[in-house]
Design a protein around this ligand. Structure first.
Ligand code: AKG
Ligand code: FE2
Length: 289
């Protein structure tokens, strides 16, 4: 059978499905996303930046704990030296993660809907599960860049069948920092990994195993998409997004699907399933094996 989605992902490393979410789903998710800041901590706020690092150990601990919870990461520019907010609370967050798909009813509903399962089926998953989810704000003026990376750096599986589902809840444009891809780069292996530090004495709980590769600027192709689209991202395709230079926000919800059948999820990945909270399965294809 000709399968357009698989072909597209095999060729480019990503695929766009327009009009994936209904207007009601977009509005419900956007509303929920806009309310997330109301539950953010008001002391000991943690910054998320892909370009800078600060107060390492506390930050790593909060990040590690976020695997099973809803945790709040602030923009680099949102906090004053004393930790107080520089901007209105609704603009201060960079992202929220990584268990919205299990712990937040609105995001759980979107993540486990039948259209998502149908895509997983078309992509050949046998026992797909969602490993993590994030709400990414990219707010006007303050929303920082996401540096070029492969998702396999963070979520390594063998074989590399992991797929990111990325849903813009507002139009993602050249001005507000839409995704940019290096087409075909998923065929070039895993360039570096972000893992639990084998050195248990170090205050760095999480480390990169290699320096960041340099990708030529001219290789990136911007992929603007309208609110409600679904962008499927191969775990090895290099992608990034620029900071938001516009006065419009670019909220997005995203999660990552791994296959738990005949696929090894690396034990050195930062995010590990817990005995009391295994990765939540989308469906199981009982016709295999
Ligand atoms: O939303 C962004 O700017 C980056 C998202 C991303 O890298 C991902 O979902 O894998
Ligand atoms: Fe990514």
């Amino acid at each position: 059978m000709h399968n357009h989605l698989i072909d597209q992902i095999n060729i480019d490393g990503f695929a766009v499905i327009d009009d994936f979410l209904t207007k009601d789903e977009i509005n419900e998710a956007l509303e929920a996303g806009k309310n997330l800041h109301k539950d953010a901590p008001t002391t000991a706020r943690t910054i998320f930046s892909t370009t800078k690092s600060s107060n390492r150990q506390n930050k790593d601990e909060y990040f590690l704990e976020s695997a099973q919870k809803i945790h709040y990461f602030f923009e680099d520019g949102a906090l004053k030296d004393d930790g107080e907010l520089n901007v209105k609370p609704e603009f201060a967050l960079n992202k929220v993660g990584h268990a919205l798909h299990t712990d937040h009813p609105v995001f759980e509903k979107i993540s486990f809907n039948n259209r998502v399962k149908e895509i997983c089926w078309q992509l050949g998953f046998n026992r797909p599960a969602i490993a993590q989810s994030m709400y990414i704000f990219k707010n006007p003026g303050i929303g920082g860049e996401v540096i070029a990376h492969q998702d396999a750096t963070y979520l390594h599986t063998d074989p590399p069948t992991t797929i990111g589902f990325w849903f813009p809840l507002e139009d993602a444009t050249l001005e507000n920092g839409c995704l940019q891809f290096i087409k075909g780069s998923h065929k070039s292996g895993v360039h570096r990994r972000y893992i639990r530090n084998p050195d248990k004495i170090s205050s760095e709980l999480l480390i990169h195993d290699r320096p960041a590769p340099l990708y030529p600027e001219s290789n990136f192709v911007p992929v603007p998409v309208s609110a409600g689209a679904c962008v499927l991202i191969h775990s090895q395709v290099v992608h990034r997004s620029e900071r938001n230079k516009s006065d419009k926000s670019r909220h997005a919800y995203t999660f990552h699907v791994i296959d738990t059948d005949d696929c090894v999820y690396s034990e050195s990945n930062w995010l590990q399933p817990q005995p009391d909270k295994p990765f939540k399965i989308l469906y199981e294809n009982r016709n295999v094996n």
